[in-house]
Design a binder for this molecule. Structure first.
Ligand code: B12
Ligand code: SF4
Ligand code: SF4
Length: 312
């Protein structure tokens, strides 16, 4: 085990050298998270549609592809917001894609971790575990009142990725969920959230009220009547509870510039064109900016966002 401990140390320092942060947790710890989430479910804290769509498929033990898994490797990478521009009625309309929507860093981290462990014939497979609670319980970060995880030096602008591994791990610093100190005297995210998803009376997000849960659905699902169209502020997801958070003040102006789509391309997106119906050059643009998955969201989200920003 001493040599496995050394391997874990090397792995974590390799991640750090590349600007990432990581932790290794014994796989058995996932049982604690399962019990916790199931208890909230039994007590009626989760909306049924939300639970089925988002939580029912989470994993809490070794997967069939790696039944000998003994640990979970959790890592995270800083990510900026991305500004994507749509041309519409002669105007350039910039729209924001929040941090964490790019999977590029998952692939970079996966390669680093796989290479480090291959030196001792250990394997990894991606893990669909509850990454926030894992991150907070193992000491990688702490919760903000907005239910998002904050990591030192990254704020909430980071994307978590997890892997099951057959690498043995005994040591961990498992602890009770932590709330960031700054949140004790702050309510900025509650005030900034237009839907009441962050509740004054309970910590757990009212996820069924969260804009992100409502604007990342397939094109045939109507928006609920209570969701005011002026509340949408991103191409997908929502930035309000991060944008006004003092813990994110160093990151909130961090943007990268993504693709610019022509008037003709915007029109095709609004009409709900499928991948096969788009010109090759547009498909390439979507691929390069990692936006292929947005194609199904465009006919639903774009009309609302463009109507709010371009009159006439
Ligand atoms: C389901 C889900 C959603 C749902 C529900 C969000 C939620 N809060 O659960 C919806 C669709 C609404 C959503 C929205 C967003 N999501 Co999301 N989502 C997930 C997903 C798939 C699972 C999260 C989960 O486990 N939820 C279940 C709840 C029960 O877990 P929890 O929030 O940790 O709850 C614990 C605490 O509340 C704690 N607790 C209870 N009482 C108390 C009291 C105190 C004082 C304390 C400290 C703790 C505490 O106990 C609970 C159980 O363990 C993960 C990916 C993954 N596989 O993990 C991404 C993930 C969590 N999402 C992510 C992101 C970025 C977002 C958005 C910011 C995207 C955006 N910009 O629009 C928003 C943020 C909304 C918000 N304010 O939370 C990131 C988080 C990154 C980060 N820095 O934290 C993840 C990890 C994806 C990723 N790979 O990066 N998401
Ligand atoms: S806005 Fe304030 S209360 Fe909300 S997460 Fe940030 S520091 Fe905490
Ligand atoms: S992401 Fe938006 S809707 Fe969801 S909790 Fe934060 S501010 Fe509220």
């Amino acid at each position: 085990m001493a040599s496995e401990g050394k391997l874990i140390e090397t792995l974590l320092s390799t991640l750090r050298e590349h600007g990432y942060r990581g932790r290794v947790v014994p796989v058995g710890r996932l049982r604690d998270l399962k019990q916790e989430i199931e208890a909230y479910y039994r007590e009626g804290f989760f909306d049924a549609e939300f639970y089925q769509e988002e939580l029912a498929a989470l994993h809490f033990g070794p997967p069939a592809t790696l039944p000998t898994a003994r640990s979970v490797i959790l890592a995270t990478a800083s990510q900026p917001q991305v500004r994507v521009t749509f041309t519409w009625k002669g105007k350039h309309v910039p729209l924001v894609v929040p941090p964490t929507y790019s999977q590029k860093t998952d692939r970079l981290i996966e390669r680093l971790v796989a290479d480090a462990l291959a030196t001792r014939d250990y394997r990894i497979v991606r893990a669909g575990v509850p990454k926030k609670s894992l991150a907070v319980r193992c000491g990688l970060g702490e919760y903000g009142r907005n239910n998002i995880v904050y990591v030192q030096g990254m704020g909430s602008f980071h994307r978590l990725v997890a892997f099951f591994s057959d690498l043995p791990c005994e040591d961990d610093n498992w602890r009770a969920p932590q709330l960031a100190e700054r949140c004790r005297k702050c309510r900025a995210c509650i005030d900034a959230c237009p839907t009441g998803a962050i509740d004054r009376k309970r910590f757990l997000l009212r996820a069924e009220r969260c804009i992100t849960f409502r604007n990342e659905k397939p094109r045939n699902v109507p928006f609920p009547a209570w969701l005011d169209s002026s509340w949408h502020n991103c191409l997908a997801g929502c930035m309000n509870c991060q944008r006004f958070c003092p813990l994110d003040k160093d990151f909130v102006d961090w943007f990268e510039y993504g693709a610019t789509f022509t008037d003709q391309e915007t029109r095709l997106f609004l009409r709900g064109a499928t991948l096969e119906q788009l010109p090759d050059s547009t498909v390439k643009k979507l691929e390069q900016s990692e936006m292929l998955e947005f194609l199904d969201l465009f006919p639903r989200n774009l009309p609302v966002l463009l109507r709010e920003r371009v009159s006439g």
